[in-house]
Design a protein around this ligand. Structure first.
Ligand SMILES: [Mg+2]
Length: 152
């Protein structure tokens, strides 16, 4: 694991990024047209607050911008923290006392995300893990990529 200690010269080192859906908020009854109805995943709020003591924290969502105020309201309700919906198209980093809600992949010391693979410099392993994550067997993935093998 890459360790990114706090470094005044590195704005990314000042922040932790946390995914929203299925990382902070549970979807026990499915997507529900995007309505944010879920409870916090056990330990999520306590962990976010612990990280907030030592770094700036932003919450990342792929939801359309129209959902961001609702994401921010859920975060305020469950954390008691102030929130800010990101409206700066040029923002690359976050350093602030409140929780930023954004749909951008800002620079960060670390991301916490239910859909991520950690890349460690080995694409052979990463590709196999990616194939597994999208439900392909390694041999099926090779066939899918190479049309010459599809008849085999
Ligand atoms: Mg997620």
């Amino acid at each position: 694991m890459t360790v990114v200690p706090l470094d005044p010269a590195s704005p990314a080192s000042h922040a932790v990024g946390i995914d929203f859906d299925q990382t902070l908020v549970a979807h026990d009854d499915g997507w529900q047209d995007g309505r944010i109805y879920g409870r916090p995943i056990p330990g999520a709020i306590e962990s976010l607050l612990e990280l907030k003591k030592v770094r700036s924290v932003f919450v990342v969502t792929a939801r359309p911008r129209g959902h961001h105020p609702e994401v921010a309201a859920w975060l305020r309700r469950h954390t008691g923290l102030e929130t800010l919906v990101d409206d700066d198209p040029d923002r690359a980093y976050w350093q602030g006392d409140c929780l930023l809600v954004t749909n951008k992949k800002l620079g960060a010391a670390v991301y916490i995300d239910d859909r991520a693979l950690r890349f460690t410099g080995d694409w052979t392993t990463t590709l196999a893990e990616a194939h597994h994550a999208i439900g392909l067997r390694p041999d099926a993935a090779a066939t899918a990529r190479d049309p010459r093998r599809q008849g085999l």
